[in-house]
Design a protein around this ligand. Structure first.
Ligand code: NDP
Ligand code: 2IT
Length: 444
């Protein structure tokens, strides 16, 4: 394989899909050496097959808003690869959703799911519907309209969706309800469900908790204590909230949160009580993070990014490309020792270059945020058994999985000077399992 040739071909055939090109470039550069040690991969066109999704569904979603006006959105599901298990991955509702973003997410998901050690393939879906400012009734009608098209393409053994940006417990429940009505089956073709109808304990917490479990593993390699460390967290949704919860529990000090309008900086730290305020603000009132600053009298920076503040640890938990090369330089100059990604691809290639050049601890999303989908896998297992595990049981399994992912990164990513290149480690480990399964199953 010649990385540039594969990339040029993809760029020619799928122009204007910059996020997709970005995600593919990173993986190809990481695996090139290992790939070329296996001439049988090249002969089998492995990488050409792995870069292109198995199939893509796209459809129109028509719904009626509260004023009685008919609204039209696009809906998508990308089934990327299912060699190690059913397609698995979240659904994103955000005005920015397009094929490039969903293709990058489905591609990443395939390697992330491979790393979890569980039998799950990769997929992703979503819509350019923006939940912002919509009533609960509008959200419900949209979710139902979305599933009216999607239901025929998903199922417990074929494709199991979950949440992502703009899709949390409320949206999953509306979608699952409609799915069951149409599909006439009740075996859990969604994860992140309510605890009353097949959801797993710890699934809501899992991405944020898992990211901190992974961070703890990284800190252990440098014998660093998390206690008292100032942490810069971006976002204020599901991942950011449970990242903060675990940090507080461990005695670390989260000092920032953000949303698409701006960020807050609380030098005294976001405490348990303040986090409860954020959870009510974001999950019930559906307000803006600015209101935190108004309530607690701290700094609010409209339009700004949290990375300009001073912190020991950075935990990007909002969206792709939210941390660029300049942000990374500021972080490093301010003494940041670790970056662990709760979001998918939040750091630009330039930012990653800065972190690795400075040799600070840096974990890419596909390793660090895999706890979310891993716990989705555990939800699928519980649904198959028609049993539920306790919080402690699920949390213990999550910890074990995060530690296993860390071990895989060390195995494939340790460089001659001892620096752990987690990007390389995660990409090679994730890729090798998928590659072996593809080779075993023949040319498909
Ligand atoms: P939520 O919708 O709960 O929260 C997203 C947060 O990020 C909000 O604060 C939102 O602000 C902000 N945000 C979203 N898009 C943008 C944007 N374009 N610019 C600036 N801020 C933005 O989503 P999650 O917490 O679930 O997801 C956050 C990240 O974590 C995503 O990258 C997702 O793919 C990833 N992830 C999620 C997992 C999960 O289990 N939920 C699992 C693994 C990864 P606003 O409200 O203003 O839009
Ligand atoms: O990006 C992700 O891993 C998720 N949004 C979670 C996917 C899942 O199936 O739980």
């Amino acid at each position: 394989m010649k990385v540039q040739e594969v990339l040029n071909d993809l760029k020619r055939r799928f122009p204007n899909e910059s996020e997709y090109h970005q995600a593919v470039t990173e993986v190809l550069e990481s695996i090139e050496e290992v790939y070329n040690q296996h001439p049988e991969f090249d002969k089998a066109g492995l990488i050409e097959r792995l870069c292109i999704p198995d199939r893509i569904f796209s459809f129109r979603v028509t719904w009626v808003d509260d004023k009685g006006k008919v609204q039209v959105n696009m809906g998508y599901r990308i089934q990327h690869n299912n060699v190690i298990g059913p397609y698995k991955g979240g659904i994103r509702f955000h005005s920015s959703v397009n094929l490039s973003i969903l293709k990058f997410l489905a591609f990443e998901q395939t390697f992330k799911n491979s790393l979890t050690t569980l039998p799950m393939g990769g997929g992703k879906g979503g819509s350019d519907f923006s939940p912002r400012g919509k009533s609960s009734a509008e959200i419900m009608r949209f979710c139902q309209a979305f599933i009216l098209e999607l239901w025929r393409h998903i199922g417990p053994d074929t494709d199991v969706p979950a949440g992502d940006i703009g899709v949390g417990g409320r949206e999953v429940a509306y979608m699952y309800g409609m799915y069951k009505k149409l599909a006439k089956e009740n075996t859990g073709t969604f994860t992140g469900k309510g605890i009353e109808f097949g959801g797993s304990l710890i699934r809501p917490e899992a991405t944020g908790y898992g990211n901190i479990y992974f961070l703890l593993e990284m800190l252990k390699t440098g014998k660093i204590d998390i206690k008292g460390k100032k942490c810069l967290v971006s976002g204020s949704g599901n991942v950011a909230q449970y990242t903060c919860e675990k940090l507080i529990e461990l005695g670390a000090i989260p000092v920032t949160l953000s949303d698409s309008d701006g960020y807050i900086y609380d030098p005294e730290g976001i405490t348990r009580e303040k986090l409860d305020f954020v959870m009510d603000l974001k999950n019930i009132q559906r307000g803006r993070i600015r209101e935190y600053a108004e309530h607690y009298g701290c700094k609010y920076v409209p339009g700004g990014r949290v990375w300009t503040e001073k912190g020991d640890i950075a935990l990007p938990s909002a969206t792709q490309n939210e941390l660029n090369g300049d942000d990374a330089k500021i972080l490093v100059a301010n003494g940041c020792i670790a970056v662990s990604e709760g979001a998918n691809m939040p750091s630009t290639p330039e930012a990653i270059e800065v972190f690795q050049h400075a040799k600070i601890l840096y974990a890419p999303g596909k390793a660090a945020n895999a706890g979310g989908v891993a716990t989705s896998g555990l939800e699928m297992t519980q649904n198959s058994m028609r049993l539920g595990w306790t919080r402690e049981e699920v949390d213990e399994k999550l910890k074990r999985i995060m530690s296993d992912i860390h071990r895989q990164c060390i195995r494939y990513g340790t460089e001659p000077d001892g620096y752990i290149n987690y990007v390389k480690g995660a990409n090679i480990a994730g890729f090798m399992k998928v590659a072996k399964a593809m080779m075993a199953q023949g040319i498909l």
